[in-house]
Design a protein. Structure first.
Length: 199
């Protein structure tokens, strides 16, 4: 009997659910299998990064891209899970860039009113920062470079290890480790009292 990926139960190549061959003829079945297996964890990751409604859209887009690019997936380079996280992370980056462009245009349009209230805004921001360590941490994370933030969030939100993050982002493991070290150091400096975070 042949499975979804064309491998036989009798003497075929060993079946590896983490690194399947996605170039088979049953594209819909393959992507359906991937969706059933990984959609929930990817959705949780995306929700934590961009919120619920946007996460739904980005999850759908992740699997559409996986379908279109299934022939470019190389099981020798990455597990399918990390490949999907890489696609999702790139979509988050694109979404954030688009949001920043929109916010920048809105801020320019309302520039006169914002400039006149600069002192008040500073006082309010100081109060908000003093109210919650979680908000300070979120602000510090927002100030990280996109590359550093991706490493931190793939580890802390998606639960990937450094090797999986390297596969997902297509970078060496050493680069992941150095980015993570830099992030930890920066967060310790920026957010006092966070020295013992497991990020």
């Amino acid at each position: 009997m042949t499975d979804l990926f064309g491998w036989s139960d009798e003497g075929g190549p060993p079946y590896d659910r983490d690194r399947p061959d996605l170039s088979g003829p049953d594209a819909a079945g393959t992507i359906g299998w991937l969706f059933d297996r990984y959609a929930d964890t990817l959705h949780r990751y995306l929700t934590r990064r961009v919120g619920g409604a946007t996460a739904d859209d980005l999850l759908s887009e992740t699997f559409l891209i996986a379908l279109r690019r299934r022939h470019s997936y190389d099981p020798a380079r990455a597990a399918v899970r990390t490949w999907l996280y890489g696609i999702a992370t790139n979509l988050v980056r694109e979404h954030v860039r688009a949001e920043l462009r929109t916010l920048s245009l809105a801020a320019r349009a309302a520039g006169e009113r914002v400039i006149g209230d600069a002192d008040h805004d500073g006082v309010v921001a100081d109060r908000v920062d003093a109210q919650s360590a979680a908000k300070r941490l979120a602000s510090a994370v927002a100030q990280l470079s996109p590359a550093d933030r991706d490493v931190l969030l793939l580890i802390s939100l998606a639960g990937l290890n450094t090797g999986e993050v390297a596969e997902a982002l297509g970078i060496p493991v050493g680069t992941v480790r150095s980015r993570l070290h830099r992030v930890r150091k920066q967060l310790r400096t920026t957010v006092p009292g966070q020295e013992d975070t497991d990020a």
